[in-house]
Design a protein around this ligand. Structure first.
Ligand SMILES: *Cc1c(COP(=O)(O)O)cnc(C)c1O
Length: 473
């Protein structure tokens, strides 16, 4: 890069010397130099070099109401002036915790009226592992302890969450996964559906859940967990018949259904919860990210009445909780965030205004020679990059190479898109204006053109077919 400002150089130096970044190769990051984000407003972020960048990822899937909303900032400040902190362990609560639990129950699917708070999504997922096993124990079925999850699922980064998730690179470090988890096929038709139709593939994936439960014995299986739409795995939108069939299979076998809604929850898909879009009624929902639009770390678990009753009546003391469970600042942020979402009807806006408006243009990007599939529901979408569309081919270069090239070009052109393998994913704020949506697609198209030029120039458009070969991973 050309000459950097003194402050950028200063922060880069401190960062390189002292800051270990999540999901990063510190050595190569330090060599390249980290980007310093210094501000954010509405749909944009600003870096220390004065660049204005359209935040197509809502931070990390969380800025539902956009950046810089003083209503939320002031609500947090007012709460901390009144009560900065107190725990919710020792027979105590505080007004914000009680109000927020009730507010979540109000927007949650019918029959889901109980909330356990955590500081984020990984802790919510870990809470599910402990809560569900404790529930079955309390119900006199202690053998029901196995979880069924999917390969390429993301359920967070703690030992429990990373184990439940199906990310191979994460399992490759630190001796994961923990025992008691079975991973099955993900419903990723574009990448792994081979010559099947999406419908046949949706059913085949659901039946893998049945097979896994039956092989382990339903009397040993506690729950199935899945993201309604896999987010970090690449915005994988399953065939429409997948989730209802998974639900039927779980009910038939007395296995609890857990939806990890850390990304899909709180409006991302145009419904309050992604499970509603998929037409299923989970027993348990995990949430985080969008509940506070990222203004304060807070997550939790919404428990359906049937499980909650057993848990409360028969469970006794639950030996589990976090210092920051229901932190007053997080509760204030969430309440202010939910108020904005309701006042500005943002979930409806995603469903029937800005969602369809952006989808209409985004799906047309599939006409680009580099794009094999464009998909989006609500405000969450992806582009599958491919060197050969008819065979849904992958690139001969090491997986992820092309995605990173495209992501870097995107940032240079003023748009945050995230690369997952060799696909690009997008999840902009719900407050995105129509003009910003137009700008977003215009930049995305330019980014695809430039990526295509660069791949051709570097002779990287070499296909490895997926169909007609061993397509299933
Ligand atoms: C982000 C995410 C998590 C983890 O949440 P953290 O707040 O990072 O701990 C869990 N599940 C899903 C589906 C996520 O997207």
């Amino acid at each position: 890069m050309a000459s950097l400002s003194n402050s950028t150089t200063h922060w880069r130096q401190l960062d390189a010397q002292h800051h270990l970044h999540p999901f990063s190769d510190t050595k190569s990051l330090n060599a390249e130099g980290v980007r310093v984000i210094t501000g954010a407003k509405g749909s944009y972020i600003f870096d220390s070099e004065g660049n204005k960048i359209l935040d197509g990822m809502s931070g990390l899937w969380c800025s539902q109401v956009g950046h810089g909303r003083s209503e939320i900032v002031e609500a947090i400040a007012a709460q901390l002036h009144q009560l900065d902190y107190y725990n919710t362990f020792f027979k105590t609560t505080h007004p914000g915790a009680a109000e927020l639990a009730a507010a979540i129950a109000k927007v949650a699917p019918d029959g889901m009226n109980h909330v356990f708070f955590t500081s984020g999504g990984s802790e919510a997922v870990d809470t599910v592992i402990r809560m569900v096993r404790h529930y079955w124990d309390a119900m006199g079925q202690p053998s029901k302890s196995i979880f069924i999850s999917r390969r390429n699922a993301y359920h967070g980064s703690t030992v429990g969450g990373a184990s439940l998730g199906g990310m191979r690179p994460m399992h490759g470090q630190g001796g994961l996964p923990i025992p008691g988890i079975i991973h099955v096929q993900q419903p990723y038709w574009w990448g792994e559906g081979g010559e099947m139709t999406p419908e046949d593939f949706g059913l085949a994936c659901a039946w893998e859940v049945a097979r896994a439960i039956d092989e382990a014995g339903p009397e040993n299986v506690a729950a199935f967990i899945g993201e309604p739409i896999q987010g970090a795995g690449g915005v994988i939108i399953p065939p429409a018949n997948y989730w209802p069939e998974v639900e039927r299979i779980c009910r038939e076998r007395n296995v609890l259904l857990v939806c990890d809604e850390v990304i899909c929850g709180f409006g991302r898909t145009g419904e309050w919860f992604g499970s509603q879009l998929m037409g299923v009624a989970p027993d348990i929902i995990t949430f985080a990210k969008g509940i506070t639009s990222g203004y304060f770390p807070l997550g939790g678990v919404i428990v359906g009445d049937r499980v909650a009753e057993g848990f409360i009546e028969k469970g006794g003391e639950f030996h589990h909780g976090y210092t920051y469970s229901a932190h007053p600042g997080g509760c204030a942020a969430a309440l202010a965030n939910l108020k904005i979402m309701e006042d500005e009807k943002l979930v409806e806006r995603v469903k029937s205004d800005i969602g369809p408006y952006l989808q209409n243009q985004w799906l047309k990007l599939a006409e680009h020679p580099l794009v094999g599939e464009a998909r989006m529901v609500g405000l969450i979408g992806a582009l599958e990059l491919t060197p050969h569309k008819p065979s849904r081919a992958r690139f001969a270069a090491e997986e992820g190479t092309i995605g990173l090239i495209c992501r870097d070009i995107s940032l240079k052109n003023g748009l945050v898109m995230r690369a997952v393998r060799d696909s690009m994913v997008l999840a902009p704020p719900f407050t995105l204006s129509r003009a910003e949506a137009d700008e977003l697609v215009e930049i995305a198209r330019r980014v695809l053109d430039r990526t295509y030029q660069e791949l051709n120039a570097r002779q990287l458009m070499i296909p490895v077919p997926r169909i007609g070969s061993a397509a299933r991973a």
